[in-house]
Ligand binder design. Structure first.
Ligand SMILES: [Zn+2]
Length: 218
């Protein structure tokens, strides 16, 4: 579609609050003081902020197919996150990425790599892909979600990229498989982290999809 027609039909607006203007307005973008640092299996983690409020609304919009905030998120990560080594996205299941039209972790890794002048690689594949011969039950097992992409050259050091870190189970799986392959996982960088004390309270409040179980990488 011609840009001016698209702009006329869909004027640019903040995905979190609908204010006209950039995809993530200044009021909704996480501030530097919102940043969260944590550790997961000895890997230092970084999040732009807690998975809550405007940041959460923007991420949910992205999960529903809204691409506009990707650049804004990549700008914020590029400015604030410590990165070491090759950027490796945690892949979403193909079904979900296909529904959405893109894999948000891949898109973030790609954009972040450009901004920081780093390499990125789709090193991990999600098990449960069509060629996977494991049974459904095995695929649903909480561990072993990932495999190293066949034939992929292995970097010495990587930084993992994902959108949200909830229980950390998904990232732990990725760390395990990479370490087993001799790759040093230096950092984990995500957009948002669910605060430990809120991981279960949201479901009790009846809010749907707020807390993905470790089995679902939403
Ligand atoms: Zn806003």
């Amino acid at each position: 579609m011609l840009d001016f027609v698209r702009t006329w039909l869909f004027p640019p607006a903040c995905v979190a609050c609908d204010a006209p203007g950039p995809a993530l307005c200044a009021a909704c973008a996480p501030a530097p003081r919102d940043a969260q640092t944590f550790s997961l299996d000895g890997v230092p983690g970084f999040a732009l902020g807690p998975y809550d409020g405007a940041l959460r609304r923007a991420i949910v919009a992205m999960k529903h197919g809204e691409r506009d905030p990707l650049d804004a998120f990549a700008d914020l990560l590029a400015a604030r996150a410590m990165i070491d080594g090759v950027l490796v996205p945690l892949p979403t299941s193909r079904g979900r990425a296909a529904e959405r039209g893109f894999d948000q972790a891949v898109e973030l890794a790609r954009r972040l790599a450009v901004r920081r002048g780093l390499a990125w690689a789709q090193l991990l594949v999600k098990r449960g892909a069509p060629q996977d011969r494991r049974t459904r039950r095995q695929r649903l097992d909480a561990s072993g979600r990932f495999a190293i992409r066949r034939g992929a050259p292995l970097p010495d050091r990587v930084t993992l990229i994902d959108d949200v870190c909830t229980t950390g189970a998904t990232a732990r799986d990725a760390i395990r498989v990479l370490r087993a392959a001799g790759v040093d996982v230096r950092r984990l960088v995500v957009l948002a982290r669910t605060p430990p004390d809120r991981r279960y309270s949201r479901t009790q409040a009846g809010e749907r999809h707020a807390v993905p179980t470790p089995l679902k990488n939403v």
